[in-house]
Design a protein around this ligand. Structure first.
Ligand code: IZC
Ligand code: ZN
Length: 409
């Protein structure tokens, strides 16, 4: 099966197989009047004009913008229920961590996820994936962490694995049993951490149900020391380390991420200069989640300072039922541009190549280059600036995944 996309007004893509930091974050390739030739789901050639190959499928891009498919490197995709009942609490100013401390928040989603069948979870996540795909997401990460017991964590991870086969978006799983201390362990946190390390993690690794392990390192959740114990155990089992760090308070999360060379540290709203220096030292990707800042009414992470310090910045949605009930990566891109004051080219790298690197896939996807998967977006406009100039509307026209058209708007 081969395909030719021609008459591309502007083909814009970062280039390479590893995350881009510093000035390189904003350096993207732009080709006018371009074509992409695809064979068996892989990009074979990119050039200018129109080659006279006989191809099975030809797509006239009619002068439009074409970019790589978007990669959403941070989602809590599989969960039961929603949390709209928290809306009045949030509006009256009750902080996110107080709702959690009172047994709501994450723990409320844990109760709903434990009750849901695998089929129910699958149907619900499938609906979300359909929306994500239509908005241009062709690869995403999915965290567990709404089970906090063996049965439900496995149910979430198996659901993600099944969803990977059922629909076009490639899904990479992250085990997040350290998302909160479950109610039944409230007075025995050490016992829960022991159980995670000795019982749960080896099974996740053995059954190959996740590529990464993530910990919510936050005041009242897991301390930096506890996070280190869990992530070191995960690393020794072959899982990559990720960390929810400095989302609300700075308790050493980004410092730890650097120390253990985590693949990424997420949120980083409250990151200090020392934390940023540590990320740089450990070659950690900063995975920033601007839609969460918006939804929690929190400051925006110091993206420009991170780029200046030479840290590779990724932008993702954080799709979850509590702090970001949106899976629209275009919205996160827009918020990143206007609130981090990043240029469109820097944000494009953040949601493609750097995002792919944050989930270990930058050799396969995240750029438009020969040898990479044909994950391609045709936009309903002719320049990258336009994508960031407009907001609140889906600007993707056609989504191509592994060389097939999978969504049309
Ligand atoms: O369900 O509240 N921050 N985890 C850490 C979340 C937000 C998801 C949630
Ligand atoms: Zn998260």
């Amino acid at each position: 099966m081969d395909m030719l996309i021609f008459n591309i007004g502007a083909l814009v893509s970062p280039i390479g197989k590893t995350a881009k930091a510093g000035d390189a974050q904003g350096e993207v390739m732009t080709i006018s009047n371009a074509y992409i030739y695809i064979q068996d789901g892989v990009i074979v050639e990119i050039g200018q004009g129109k080659p006279d190959y006989k191809t099975q499928q030809e797509i006239d891009a009619e002068g439009r913008l074409v970019t790589p498919g978007l990669v959403d490197a941070h989602t809590h995709l599989v969960f039961g229920g929603w949390r709209e009942h928290e809306l009045p609490l949030k509006l009256s100013g009750v902080p996110y961590l107080d709702i959690l401390a009172q047994g709501g928040g994450i723990l409320s989603t844990v109760r709903a996820t434990r009750k849901a069948s695998q089929e129910e979870l699958q149907m619900k996540a499938l609906a979300a994936l359909k929306v994500m795909l239509a908005h241009g997401t062709t690869t995403c990460e999915a965290k567990s962490g709404y089970g906090l017991d063996m049965q439900t964590e496995l149910k979430q991870l198996r659901t993600a694995k099944e969803l990977n086969k059922l629909q076009p978006i490639s899904i990479v799983s992250t085990f997040m049993g350290a998302h909160a201390i479950p109610e039944e362990y409230q007075d025995r946190r050490d016992a829960y951490i022991q159980w995670l390390i000795q019982e749960m993690l080896p099974i996740v690794a053995d059954k190959k149900l996740a590529n990464f392990c993530d910990v919510f390192c936050e005041t009242g959740v897991f301390s930096a020391n506890e996070s280190k114990k869990i992530l070191c155990a995960a690393k020794s089992l072959g899982l990559g380390a990720k960390l929810h760090a400095d989302e609300i308070t700075s308790i050493g999360g980004s410092e730890l991420a650097g120390e253990i060379s985590a693949i990424s540290a997420e949120h980083l709203i409250a990151a200090t200069d020392e934390g940023i220096a540590s990320l740089k030292k450990g070659n950690v990707i900063a995975c920033l989640l601007p839609a969460t800042s918006f939804y929690l009414g929190k400051p925006y992470a110091r993206a420009a300072d991170m780029i200046k310090a030479g840290v590779a910045v990724c932008v993702a949605t954080d799709f979850n039922p509590g702090s970001c009930p949106s899976n629209n990566l275009q919205l996160a891109m827009n918020l990143a541009c206007w609130n981090y004051r990043l240029l469109p080219s820097q944000v494009l790298t953040a949601v493609t190549l750097n995002a792919a690197a944050a989930i270990g896939l930058s050799r396969e996807t995240g750029t438009l280059e020969a040898g990479k998967r044909a994950d391609v977006l045709i936009w309903n406009c002719d320049s990258l600036d336009y994508v960031f100039y407009r907001f609140g509307e889906n600007l993707v026209k056609t989504v191509i995944k592994d060389g097939y058209i999978v969504a049309k708007n």
